[in-house]
Design a protein around this ligand. Structure first.
Ligand SMILES: NC(=O)C1=CN([C@@H]2O[C@H](COP(=O)(O)OP(=O)(O)OC[C@H]3O[C@@H](n4cnc5c(N)ncnc54)[C@H](O)[C@@H]3O)[C@@H](O)[C@H]2O)[C@@H](O)CC1
Ligand SMILES: [K+]
Length: 531
């Protein structure tokens, strides 16, 4: 199978965009619908044979739906038959109603097609492999109850060996644009695949909400559509509204990191940027110190921590290369910002919630530096988010987790949104007038105007060890370290790169990771990428 690893720069199209890509390829004579379906179904069969280890004489079951996803299933059924397996096909809906390419492959299959009947399927024997080709990108409403019932019956049918379930494009029930599971409660366990073969590109639903829990392993199969011409230059925000999938592989990461993080030859510390991290009072300094250390490790030439006078002694005892300044009030901060070599600001980690923080955010934003707002700097505006939005500008970035995001954008928060996480971040970026980095297992970076990228900390880029106290503070610091010497208006690219550095640093440490470990992994990461 011509699969590619997911950590390459790729488009991550919605269902409508996927349709448009296919239509334009057919119009341009690149391929035909039947050819795409044939490639999809054959890739599916090959992957299923490989994943299950099944061979001639083994039983295979193919569940086919009422659309083109079902068409892929009929191709796979014929291919598995050709490979010598004992294949049964079971269909949701009447296969005689299928039109176009799918109908062609029903004819090619030419054998019996049983209705999707849980009782009959539960009698066994359980197959060695099953292909789920019921719904793909066309799922538009909750799946009928018969589907999870059929999956449950097949799983518990009598049989000797294990069952491998392979999903065509996306597990049936997962909405391809949002990752939401459109199925009755409790269906997630029965509908889960061991392997998902996504066609042409990974879709948002593979990374968002319940998607990752149901996909198993994710592989991408080419179906003969050209891939490359849409990929934008590295580090530039993506024009248009196709989400960019950001998880660079080694070669791309090297170029990317060189562009963002490598010092200029003959430069000096000020040419590498000066980051100011603002911190809170005594006993509250850990988060800001971690952000500061991450900024320095990432490549800022200088980092200063600004804290109230009564927190100086404590911080001085913990810091060496990082400088300390007394910043009691917003006026003190305004004074410091007269030095225009201060190029990036971090406000939020451990800063405290309230008027002091709000005043410092106002002064920072008015100074028009690269300004990263996180944690307490966001929560301080929960009651009056418009006051924040009015001041934000294109050199500012908000880095909320879902909880902080919901405080600023209640209608776009996880519990109330009726759109994908990606579109929620896009809307928020438009409303706020700045870049939004919305954290999670899939992190979204969105800019006003629609550019959006998705960084998947999932599948082979699993970052589960990042779910630890203070990890977000180090992300702010990494971002500041890059933004400190990034050209104006390039925060989207800096945010993509920071998310990757953060994730890769965490992954390279692995089990037992705590936030303090993250900055100190960065030198190895840079060296490994030839910086
Ligand atoms: N040319 C193409 O369009 C190609 C499509 N491909 C496959 O086709 C899929 C998309 O095909 P379609 O757009 O036909 O969509 P699907 O096959 O995913 O499903 C759409 C069909 O299911 C029905 N449906 C949707 N939700 C339902 C529900 N909850 N209950 C009952 N019926 C429901 C719709 O009315 C429609 O008949 C992709 O995921 C991919 O697997 C591939 O074969 C490559 C080529
Ligand atoms: K499917």
């Amino acid at each position: 199978m011509s699969s590619v690893e997911i950590h390459q720069m790729r488009d991550c199209p919605t269902s409508a965009q996927m349709g448009a890509i296919e239509t334009s390829a057919m119009k341009d004579g690149v391929t035909t619908g039947a050819e795409m379906m044939r490639r999809a179904g054959r890739a599916l069969a090959r992957a299923a044979l490989e994943a299950s280890g099944a061979g001639p004489g083994d039983r295979a079951l193919v569940l086919c739906g009422p659309g083109n996803n079902g068409g892929d299933g009929y191709v796979a059924a014929s291919a598995l038959r050709e490979a010598g397996l004992d294949v049964q096909v079971s269909a949701l809906g009447d296969p005689r109603n299928l039109r176009g390419d799918a109908a062609l492959f029903v004819e090619e299959w030419g054998e019996a097609i049983a209705p999707l009947d849980p009782e009959a399927l539960g009698q066994g024997p359980r197959p060695a492999l099953m292909i789920d080709a019921v719904f793909g990108t066309g799922l538009s409403r909750p799946v009928p109850d018969v589907l999870p019932k059929a999956f449950a019956a097949i799983r518990s049918a009598p049989g000797a060996g294990p069952l491998t379930i392979v999903a065509a494009d996306i597990p049936s029930g997962i909405q391809s644009d949002t990752g939401a599971l459109l199925a009755p409660g409790g269906a997630e366990e029965v509908l889960a695949a061991d392997l998902t073969i996504a066609f042409h590109a990974a879709k948002p639903g593979h990374f968002l909400e319940q998607g990752p829990a149901l996909c198993g392993t994710l592989e991408i199969a080419s179906i003969g559509l050209s891939q490359d011409d849409r990929t934008p230059p590295l580090t530039e925000p993506h024009e248009g509204d196709i989400t960019r999938l950001v998880a660079p592989g080694a070669a791309e990461a090297a170029k990317w990191l060189a562009g963002w993080a490598r010092p200029e030859p003959g430069g000096h510390k000020f040419s590498r940027g000066h980051v100011l991290v603002l911190g809170g009072g005594p006993g509250k300094g850990g988060a800001a110190r971690m952000a500061a250390r991450a900024a320095l490790r990432t490549g800022a030439g200088l980092v200063t921590l600004g804290v109230p006078a009564d927190a100086i002694t404590e911080n001085a005892a913990r810091l060496d290369a990082i400088m300390l300044s007394v910043v009691e009030t917003a006026d003190d901060l305004g004074g410091m910002l007269e030095d225009d070599r201060l190029s990036a600001l971090v406000l939020g980690p451990g800063l405290g919630i309230g008027e002091r923080t709000r005043a410092m955010v106002r002064v920072s934003l008015d100074a028009r530096r690269a300004t990263i707002l996180d944690a307490d700097a966001l929560t301080s505006f929960a009651d009056h988010p418009e006051e924040l939005f009015d001041r934000l500008h294109e050199d500012a970035i908000l880095t909320p987790h879902e909880g902080e995001f919901a405080r600023l954008f209640p209608d776009l928060g996880l519990k109330s949104r009726d759109m994908s996480k990606i579109d929620a971040a896009r809307r928020a970026a438009d409303r706020a007038g700045c870049v939004i980095l919305l954290k999670g297992a899939a992190t979204i970076v969105a800019s006003p105007g629609g550019a959006a990228s998705l960084h998947p900390g999932l599948y082979e880029r699993d970052t589960r060890w990042l779910a630890t106290a203070g990890a977000g503070d180090t992300l702010c610091g990494i971002l500041a370290g890059l933004a400190a010497h990034a050209p104006d208006g390039r925060l989207h690219g800096a945010a993509e790169c920071a998310t990757s550095i953060h994730a890769e640093a965490a992954r390279s440490f692995g089990p037992g990771l705590i936030a303090e470990d993250i900055p100190d992994r960065i030198p190895d990461l840079y060296r490994a990428h030839g910086l």
